[in-house]
Ligand binder design. Sequence first.
Ligand code: GLC
Length: 530
Amino acid sequence: MSNWWQTGIVYQIYPRSFQDSNGDGVGDLPGIERRLGYLRELGVDAIWISPIYPSPMADFGYDVSDYTDIHPLFGTMADMDRLIAAAHDHNLKLILDFVPNHTSNEHPWFLESRSSRDNPKRDWYIWRDPAPDGGPPNNWLARFDGKSAWEWDAPTEQYYLHSFLAEQPDVNWRNPELRAAMLNVLRFWFDKGVDGFRIDVSYRSMKDAQFRDNPPNPNWREGMDPFKRVIERYTRNTPDIEHFNRWLREVSDEYDDRVLIGEINLPPHELVAHYGRSLDGLHLPFNFNLIYTPWEATAVRQLIETYEGVLPQGAWPNWVLGNHDQHRIASRVGADQARVAMLLLLTLRGTPTMYYGDELGMLDGEIPPEMVQDPWEKKVPGLGLGRDPERTPMPWTDAPNAGFCPPEATPWLPLNAEADTVNVASQRSDPDSMLIFTEKLIQLRRETAALNQGSYRSLPAPDGVLAFARQHGAQIRWVVLNLTGAAKSWTLPEASGATAVLLTTESTLPALTATTLQLRPNEGIILAIA
Ligand code: GLC
């Protein structure tokens, strides 16, 4: 087993926030190119870049107005060609974001589609007549504001569907011409040498063909996320989503060695269907369940066992702890647990996806109300749903603007308050920093088959401790994680011959005897077994 997307580590770059190269306060492609050396040194294998295509930026690039070009904010097609080549020179794979569920309302396809009822592209989008009372065709809701997902188009007297903003009309994957056009987008980028795609809300791409109402959510209360008023039975994960997955897979199979990673927010037993009946679906349906599981040893162990238990034969697992839609892991579990979380992510069986800045233990940023950018926060302020906090600029140095953009520029989101201490340069020179810890961990994972491809087995552990074995052939490693702020004593589960602590989140080794390991608060370790 040696696919790069199985043993490798994926690193997500939110391009607006990684490195600005031209002083406009927004990160760009030449900025990413400049930092490839950093990524190589960190030790990751692939970068996934959130959308960089032309876009009116109603949803910061997830509203695409041209799938086969580059937004001038991020650079030019020549910059992209150079970045692909440079990434490959650095032995890094490059994954782009494919947004197939919707386009921008400024995409030429949509402009045509809305121009008249008999336009040839009318059916490329989802147009419906009003309900008998003149209102929206059904009760489907839009993400972000939780209002109707149907927008009235007065000139043609029909509604169009938008699962997100009204500026993001949903396309109709049941239309063969739309489908062919979208699949050609994949070919365009594969031909350029792109190694794979992360597929935005892939599981929403097919809606119920009968447009049935979603059932009401009996647990919804005033003050909760308004979108949750209904249960999403007919707007995502419909039975025919397997066709969609297969259409994409057939295209990626025209090329060697590419990967498809689906953005799918589902519990393990539903998620795994996206691998396809004979593994002919997505290579990696993203597994976000660690994000939604309480940070508590029993719950995490149960999740791992459940997921391992439902994975189809031959399907490759994957794990995620953060992305541009989730509060940062260090803010969610607390700074003291950030290293334990990284150790877990990088030692579970399967492909890990890291989020930029998490290797520094970066926290959510504070966004003053007048600097809010995210449409989600603007639509439903104060519910804590806004995503700006996890999208703040990468801190590279302790200079003003942290080396993200020139001191005189204005970054598109404010730098984190702690950027003068939590930054790459200062952590690079501190042997006990989170960055150096993460580099050592990645290095160990790279050189240890048990960790990058071995089997998984839970080990007994006291309350608050998560312990598991990874094994490849005769090579065995034990991972023991103290998910609490109290010291813990772990009795070695077998007359084991645990020989050495290979890595700890602390700066000194823990006490290890033939029978017991003493874990300090918030400590995680990797043990070698003879
Ligand atoms: C996905 C993206 C998110 C975006 C949404 C609509 O969930 O990760 O950032 O807002 O899709 O495209």
